[in-house]
Design a protein around this ligand. Structure first.
Ligand code: ADP
Ligand code: MG
Length: 234
């Protein structure tokens, strides 16, 4: 099943002059796929991630995520679609320092009708990422890898179709990074597509598929093993 469908996507920014950040890209991502987006700085990776995350809309072309094209939606509808179909994990975690691990995971559900159910889901997710014994710890009582796993649990609380991550292992040592990657692997086993922006060949080597962005254009898809072998990307 296709969960992300990008067709002739152009993104231009107007800031005095026009910057053409994406020059007409086409790709699809399947449920349960782990896709890495690689490319030099300024090649359009964050722009692409923002579009797939329904945080922004293309200048022309379409981006559908789980069948939704937000182009014609109001801001409020967009927020609601985004909440139900995408999850985000960033390098800097964005955990709230005054909340425990459990409370941080529950945050996206604060306005839900059934808080007890949300809390149970959060406990389950934290157990799944190996933090069942850290529910009441505050972020500054957790290691970098543990914080990242709290962020992953939080990103999954609304059962997204797509999980988006920007340099998810950037602050982590190799071993901790590997555990985070294993976590993503488990997420894809449940049918969630994981899309990661990375500079790290090691992360890309974990991906089912690598999308190479160069100057706003996508190169041909290559299996990650070949890409690493060829040393094609940064
Ligand atoms: P990457 O994440 O690969 O480094 P970006 O998607 O952040 O690349 O940026 C792609 C291009 O678009 C760059 O030339 C960047 O300067 C430009 N750009 C990104 N965001 C904006 C913005 N809000 N306004 C103007 N130009 C932007
Ligand atoms: Mg970027």
């Amino acid at each position: 099943m296709v969960v992300v469908e990008a067709t002739d996507v152009v993104k231009e920014y107007e800031s005095g002059e026009t910057v053409r950040a994406l020059k007409g890209v086409n790709f699809e991502i399947e449920a349960g796929e782990f896709v890495a987006i690689v490319g030099p700085s300024g090649s359009g990776k964050s722009t692409l991630l923002n579009l797939v995350g329904l945080l922004d809309t293309p200048t022309s072309g379409t981006v559908r995520v789980a069948g939704e094209d937000i182009e014609d939606h109001s801001d409020r509808e967009r927020t609601s679609v985004r909440k139900s179909v995408v999850g985000f994990v960033f390098q800097s975690y964005y955990l709230i320092p005054t909340l425990t691990a459990l409370e941080n995971v529950v945050v996206p559900c604060l306005l839900d009708r059934n808080p007890a159910e949300a809390e149970q889901r959060a406990v389950d997710l934290l157990e799944r990422v190996g933090l069942g014994d850290r529910l009441d710890h505050y972020p500054d009582e957790l290691s970098g890898g543990q914080k990242q796993r709290v962020a992953i649990a939080r990103s999954l609380i609304n059962e997204p179709d797509v999980l988006l991550t920007d340099e998810p292992t950037g602050n982590l040592d190799r071993e901790t990074g590997e555990r985070v990657l294993d976590e993503f692997d488990r997420v894809t086993d449940e049918g969630v597509a994981v899309v990661t922006v990375t500079h790290d060949e090691y992360v890309a080597s974990f991906a089912d598929r690598v999308l190479h962005l160069v100057d706003g254009e996508l190169g041909t898809d290559a299996p990650s093993v070949e890409a690493v072998g060829g040393g094609v990307f940064e």
